[in-house]
Design a protein around this ligand. Structure first.
Ligand SMILES: Nc1ncnc2c1ncn2[C@@H]1O[C@H](COP(=O)(O)OP(=O)(O)OP(=O)(O)O)[C@@H](O)[C@H]1O
Length: 217
């Protein structure tokens, strides 16, 4: 279970501190799925980055079991990202110099959890079997995003953080990618936190929260 408690975060700007998160409370149960919505600039990516351990809170706590992210040093945060977090972005972020099969295995290898049988299962479920020897630039956007999902899930993360994962896809492709993701998550204890601007996408997840004026509603 991931718990965010009373989290505040500001950025320093030339005009002074810009308060972005002003008392965020959030609980993510294992296996749950939550859509994080809110206007552009409301702080959705900021919150995702804090949970991913890519940035630090000003105050408040983020905890997962006995792990306290807000008390981790850089090496511990790097380990948190490597072993517990799967990240998926709007722009796929595959490694251009690696074939699809090696992109898929990349994070699982880093996490020390490469499991050929689980990867094979993901390849089958995501329909990537014909594409394994290709490079990312030889794939469509929807295909690349399926690889990015496979890469994130291959490492069997506790938490999958997805920042507008269907934002670059047309409606039909977006629906297909989301369907595959939700089906795959049914087979795992992985929790999904997804930033989306789309009500259609948000409606497919179990829960929805909106970030506004630094707070969740
Ligand atoms: N590194 C930074 N330094 C200064 N200000 C920042 C930084 N990162 C983000 N901000 C500001 O913090 C606010 C929240 O940004 P954030 O990217 O979290 O919003 P968002 O809700 O994800 O937006 P979008 O939907 O447009 O992606 C914005 O006003 C943004 O300009």
């Amino acid at each position: 279970m991931l718990q965010v408690q009373n989290v505040f975060k500001s950025y320093l700007t030339p005009q002074g501190p810009l308060p972005v998160l002003q008392g965020i409370d959030l609980t993510l149960k294992p296996g749950s799925s939550l859509a994080l919505m809110g206007e552009s600039g409301s702080g959705k990516s900021t919150l995702l980055h804090l949970i991913a351990g890519l940035d630090k809170v000003d105050s408040g706590s983020i905890s997962s079991g006995e792990h306290r992210l807000d008390r981790m040093n850089e090496a511990q945060l790097a380990n948190w990202r490597r072993t517990e977090i799967g990240l998926v972005f709007q722009q796929y972020n595959l490694i251009g110099s690696l074939r699809i099969e090696d992109n898929l295995a990349f994070q699982a290898r880093l996490a020390g959890r490469h499991d050929p049988r689980w990867q094979h299962h993901l390849v089958q479920r995501l329909g990537l079997g014909e594409l394994l020897k290709r490079y990312p630039e030889q794939l469509s956007g929807g295909q690349q995003q399926r690889v990015a999902l496979g890469r994130a899930l291959a490492a069997q993360p506790k938490l999958l953080l997805a920042d507008e994962p269907t934002g670059s896809l047309d409606e039909a492709t977006s629906d297909e990618v989301l369907r595959l993701l939700l089906e795959l998550l049914d087979d795992t204890p992985t929790t999904l936190l997804m930033v989306t601007h789309s009500q259609r996408v948000a409606a497919r997840l179990a829960e929805r929260v909106v970030l506004s004026s630094g707070r969740l509603t």
